[in-house]
Design a protein around this ligand. Sequence first.
Ligand SMILES: C[S@@+](CC[C@H](N)C(=O)[O-])C[C@H]1O[C@@H](n2cnc3c(N)ncnc32)[C@H](O)[C@@H]1O
Length: 227
Amino acid sequence: VKNSAPNCDANEAALRRAAAGFRDLRQLYYYSLGKMRHDPAYPFTARILREATGPILDVGCGAGLLAAYLREQGLGQPLLGVEPDAAKINLAHDRIRPRYEGLDFAVGRAESLPEFSGQVVALDIMHYFSDEDQVKVLANLAARVGPGCRLVLRTTLRESHWRYRATMIEEAFVRGTGWIIGGAWNFPRRETIASALQASGLRFVALPMWGGTPFNSWLFLARRPEG
Ligand SMILES: C[S@@+](CC[C@H](N)C(=O)[O-])C[C@H]1O[C@@H](n2cnc3c(N)ncnc32)[C@H](O)[C@@H]1O
């Protein structure tokens, strides 16, 4: 107990630094702090990519919060964030990019990603696509995972489970706030992801990643074998 308090303080200070670019946008600032404190996918991604070499592609990067979080956790790899919502890219570009070295953000979509080879992260984007497009997007993501590199993909799975129903209620609420732009909700099936990753030559494990939430979130940690 004696040792844990300073660590907690140090980590809380790092979270506040990561969100500091949004300090004057109170809603976004407190949302960001809450997200970093409670979403297990952020520390998991930092742990997985900490020792990884090569650049990171963050697909559906929002306002660039994960990039800031990874920098505050000591990860220094070049990172490109892509996101279709220009308002979020402007926030990332104006408020996150100037605070750290080696970050870049661009308007873009998972359906048409730029050329890239390295580590790929895609947190909570799969439900924006039809069944058919999910397969294409998974192939797009996988194609950008370099030899020996990883894909960190988190999504809710469409399963007959109370966690899945809870996720649908939460999505309705978030959408009501206007923070997440249009598109259908079409959470993928486990088999869709498994077969697309396998077909793309990736090995993977699926890990429960709901933390303290009631949502049916799973994280697929995939790796392309060395050349
Ligand atoms: C739930 S948020 C997650 C943000 C971020 N990945 C995170 O975990 O902090 C989903 C993001 O995906 C973005 N998005 C929507 N359609 C997309 C698409 N076609 N390609 C890539 N990202 C998309 C949304 O604009 C939103 O910023």
